[in-house]
Design a protein around this ligand. Structure first.
Ligand code: ATP
Ligand code: MG
Ligand code: MG
Ligand code: MG
Length: 561
């Protein structure tokens, strides 16, 4: 591809509305452009990376025995009423009516449609196992679309659905997908963990999420330092702690008069008031330990000494926590989580402290660890913290990470097949429900997650498998005919050898060509300039690490091929 005839609208300035680095870089590198909130155009470079991920996904799906189909985006309401999700799915489901007033939705996922195909066509146990997949646009009316392709409203997903005769056959279909996912994300060059996960609104028996490790991730996960155990904190198990003094709790609910205005505290923190959400107040023996930030209109604030927990999974709140404590905080959780964190403090010798009582202006006084709070008293709470003992092995402790969910596998069981009457006849001619599994990968999110893990101050540092091109040939003195001829030769030879080459033949200053090349992150760069060429040499620069070698034209071809 000749750069001069291509379409790569790069931008120098960091776009102000892009919060995470992948979003910033994808905009700056001219990979994507926003059309509406959470809805993006894929420009040529972005599309090429997307297609690379799709190709890897296709290969591994096919290799695992899944069969590609394509289902419509527009789905009739009747199917969703049958599965009972028309009511349940809520506002993320974009609904509309046709000219005859019939109701439809834009598919956020395709369990209903694929189950409808299978219930019509699959009648016998002989037709299974069956695994159908597609790569297609989904629509979810996300409450807060953000971070570019990471959380869009329209986005490309690979979704696969397995159909089996019984639970153990379904387990082996699940295992095949699980292994395929491991291969996919490995081939994409990603540092990831497969973690035990909640089954959420899709519902089902068990599931794993594939999490790309990145500080900007919206999920918190734990993994054991010693064994294979890894889980989303939403799902993580705590090892029960024995209660030695399990007495009734003589807790006193008190009013807390320590109020500061939102403005006072946000000014102190140097953050916008809008980014504050509720956190926790803890005082030990009258000594302030932590701030409780934000009721609806005012703040209960004692001293900005140490924040311990927050109530929601907001990124912003964690930034605040880190800002105040100066220590990384692995996660935030719902109300009950506070208790666990307080308990954690208590193990460090805290007695008779005050904690939030989950009501406006209310706190508990004289709280004591062991007697009042332990993880086992709050079994339904997300109650693991960094350093906790592993619930599965005796040696390890839990490490906390932030992760980006790029893939999700579910064992569904007969949830959908029962509601939609997807049955088959077994070997004895008896009617049975089909066992299902479903398996998603966010294609665009995978590209974005890859950039979160692979970038530097100059731009993207693509791993070869996802890079839009393998190699960029930069002709630095484009007025010099011998330079242009040598560069053209490299371009032709490498292209003929199957290398995907972007030939920067533009009449631009070398500096701006190099800046663009760094920004768009092509893994290999061949620089053809008058001076080196006079000695028969060109420069090969590896984008990752910046290593430079001088090579003859022939050596350059051999090295890049
Ligand atoms: P999240 O927890 O991030 O909202 P999800 O659990 O709702 O994701 P799934 O229903 O499991 O998503 O969908 C399968 C995959 O589709 C996810 O693992 C993710 O990679 C991708 N995905 C989901 N929602 C989005 C979105 N809004 N934008 C881009 N990709 C998405
Ligand atoms: Mg979601
Ligand atoms: Mg999720
Ligand atoms: Mg999910």
């Amino acid at each position: 591809m000749r750069y001069s005839q291509y379409f790569v609208p790069t931008v120098k300035e960091t776009p102000s509305d892009a919060e995470v680095i992948s979003h910033q870089l994808m905009l700056r590198a001219g990979m994507i452009r926003k059309l509406a909130a959470g809805i993006y155009n894929y420009l040529p470079l972005g599309l090429r990376s997307i297609r690379k991920v799709e190709a890897i996904v296709r290969e591994e799906m096919n290799r695992a025995g899944a069969i590609e189909i394509l289902m419509p985006s527009v789905q009739p309401a009747e199917l969703w009423q049958e599965s009972k999700r028309w009511e349940k799915y809520g506002k993320e489901l974009l609904r509309f009516k046709d000219r005859k007033d019939a109701e439809f939705c834009l598919g956020p996922t395709h369990e209903e449609v694929v189950t409808d195909i299978v219930r019509r066509e699959v009648k016998s146990y002989r037709q299974m196992p069956l695994n159908l997949y597609q790569i297609q646009n989904k629509f979810r009316d996300e409450i807060r679309p953000r971070f570019g392709l990471m959380r869009g409203r329209e986005f490309i997903m690979k979704d696969a659905y397995s159909f089996d005769v019984d639970s153990s056959a379904a387990d082996s279909s699940y295992e095949k997908m699980y292994q395929a996912y491991r291969r996919i994300f490995k081939r994409c060059g990603l540092n990831f963990r497969a973690v035990e996960a909640d089954t959420g609104s899709i519902g089902g028996a068990f599931s794993h999420e594939f999490m790309v490790l990145a500080d900007s991730g919206e999920d918190a996960i734990v993994s054991c330092s010693d064994c294979e155990y890894a889980a989303n904190v939403e799902k993580a198990e705590a090892r029960p702690v024995a209660l030695e003094h399990a007495e009734p709790r003589p807790l006193e609910r008190v009013e807390t008069p320590h109020k500061r205005s939102v403005e006072e505290v946000t000014a102190f923190l140097g953050i916008p008031a809008s980014s504050l959400i509720k956190t926790l107040l803890v005082v030990a023996d009258g000594e302030p330990l932590a701030v409780l930030v934000r009721g609806d209109h005012e703040l209960n604030e004692i001293k900005l000494a140490k924040i311990i927990g927050t109530e929601t999974l907001e990124m912003a709140s964690e930034e605040i926590v880190e800002k105040v404590t100066g220590a990384p905080v692995g996660f935030a959780g719902p109300v009950g989580l506070k208790v666990r964190i307080v308990a954690d403090l208590a193990t460090q010798g805290m007695k008779n402290f005050v904690t939030g009582a989950n009501g406006r202006d209310l706190h508990y006084k004289n709280v004591n660890f062991d007697r009042d709070f332990t993880p086992s008293l709050f079994a339904d709470v997300r109650n693991v913290v960094h350093g906790d003992p592993c619930p599965r092995c005796s040696a390890g402790h839990l490490e906390l990470w932030r992760g980006i969910e790029v893939g999700h596998v579910f064992k569904l069981g007969t949830n959908y097949s029962e509601k939609l009457h997807a049955t088959y006849l077994d070997a004895d001619g008896k009617e049975q429900s089909i066992f299902m599994g479903c398996y998603g990968i966010g294609i665009g999110r995978t590209v974005a997650a890859c950039i979160e893990q692979n970038h530097d101050a100059d731009g993207i540092v693509f791993p070869i498998p996802i890079a839009p091109f393998h190699c960029i040939v930069s002709a630095v003195n484009s007025k010099d005919a011998s330079v242009m001829a040598a560069a053209e030769g490299l371009y032709q030879t490498l292209t003929a050898a199957g290398v995907e080459v972007l030939f920067d033949d533009r009449d631009e200053r070398p500096g701006s060509k190099f800046k663009d090349a760094d920004l768009i992150g092509i893994p290999l760069r061949l620089v053809v300039g008058s001076k080196n060429l006079a000695n028969g040499k060109v420069e090969l620069k590896i984008r990752k690490g910046g290593e430079v070698t001088l090579l003859s034209l022939d050596e350059a071809v051999e090295n890049v091929k």
